[in-house]
Design a protein around this ligand. Structure first.
Ligand code: CA
Ligand code: CA
Length: 356
């Protein structure tokens, strides 16, 4: 059975005037008191067909966008508790595309499908693979599908389970069965997950997986989240959410990662998208994660999209492209661009399409 929080939790986030008290470290990491300055983008509209989250978005070079929908996590708000998650698709070449759910081949258990981070890989023979971090019954797997465009469907090829993949948040595919994955927690047990965040153990990591095996390629993070790759495939970008950081690492010939630099931000970073034409990073962010984690509809979580240009330079340019206090869009996790269009997805709310 799928379980998530559908009840309101009024007042739990506040507990008095927050600005007058000194924040304990765990609240600082969650940006507990922070409000967001609105930044509007004219012409945005909510995407039809997304009502209960689209945690991650990945867009193919031909403008077909995959959206992972309906993520459920213990204790986190959800607006469609009985509906399993799914993979939606939008054709961004159309004027006002809907998001339609892709069929999945028989034999794959859709009743417990709980998709989280996603990544696409196009092989030399043009086969398109979709990798999905999945949490069936709150466990952690990576599902590999083949996208069949003619049939608008996904053919399930493989389920990857591994002791080094206890809590996968996002993946970036680098081969037909090869990927880097972030574990947002060291533990898989829900109580121990809370404890490790509270204690700030910094035990989370990045794993490289291939059919030959899996190994840790980077570790010592507070809470790894989004992961992506530069257009020239030389660098891997990793978001460390609660540390408010983006790590740039060089991908070595043996698939190990070598630290290059760390970009410090003042917000909680979730998924990272890369514009293939410019190399810019587009980042879904949470200005105040406490509002995201403890849902109060009268004080909904905000949304924020950052664009980072020239991340490898001495002075990367960081700009806020969109920010909203939750009146339109709550809890943005991802922002992806294609052909002058920006898609913004959320943890459990709706999704937005904006012209750039
Ligand atoms: Ca992703
Ligand atoms: Ca994420």
């Amino acid at each position: 059975m799928l379980f998530c929080s559908v009840t309101e939790a009024p007042g739990v986030a506040a507990g008095g005037p927050e600005s007058t008290r000194e924040e304990p470290p765990s609240r600082n990491r969650l940006n507990a008191s922070r409000e967001v300055e609105p930044v509007n983008l004219p012409g945005c509209r909510l995407i039809k067909g997304v009502e209960a989250g689209s945690e991650d978005i990945d867009i193919l070079p031909n403008g077909l966008a995959f959206l992972s929908a309906g993520l459920k996590s213990p204790g986190i708000q959800c607006f469609a508790p009985e509906k399993p998650g799914g993979i939606l698709m939008m054709d961004l070449n159309k004027d006002s595309p809907r998001a339609l759910e892709l069929r999945v081949s028989r034999g794959f258990d859709l009743s417990t499908f709980n998709p989280h981070g996603i990544s696409t890989f196009i092989d030399k023979d043009d086969t398109v693979y979709l990798f999905v971090a999945n949490h069936p019954e709150f466990k952690s797997t990576v599902e590999i599908f083949q996208f069949e465009e003619e049939e608008n469907s996904l053919l399930h090829l493989k389920t990857v389970r591994h002791e080094l993949l206890p809590s996968v948040n996002d993946i970036v595919a680098v081969g037909p069965e090869h990927f880097y994955a972030t574990n947002s927690h060291y533990f898989s047990d829900i109580f121990l997950k809370y404890l490790e965040v509270y204690l700030n153990l910094r035990w989370t990591n990045v794993i490289y997986y291939s059919p030959e095996g899996a190994r840790v390629v980077a570790e010592g993070f507070d809470s790894t989240n989004g992961i992506n790759i530069s257009p020239d495939h030389k660098y891997i970008y990793v978001a460390d959410s609660f540390a408010h950081e983006i790590h740039v690492m060089e991908k070595l010939a043996n698939w190990s990662l070598s630290p290059v630099k760390v970009l410090q931000l003042d917000t909680i970073v979730d998924n990272l998208s890369v514009d293939p034409s410019t190399g810019d990073l587009w980042v879904g962010c949470h200005p105040n994660a406490l509002k995201l984690l403890i849902y109060d509809p009268s004080r909904p979580p905000a949304s924020q999209v950052l664009r980072i240009q020239n991340i490898l330079s001495e002075t990367p340019a960081v700009s806020t492209v969109y920010a909203n206090n939750g009146s339109v869009l709550q809890g943005s996790t991802v922002a992806s661009v294609y052909g002058g269009k920006l898609l913004i997805g959320t943890l459990y709310h709706r999704a937005l399409q904006c012209p750039l």
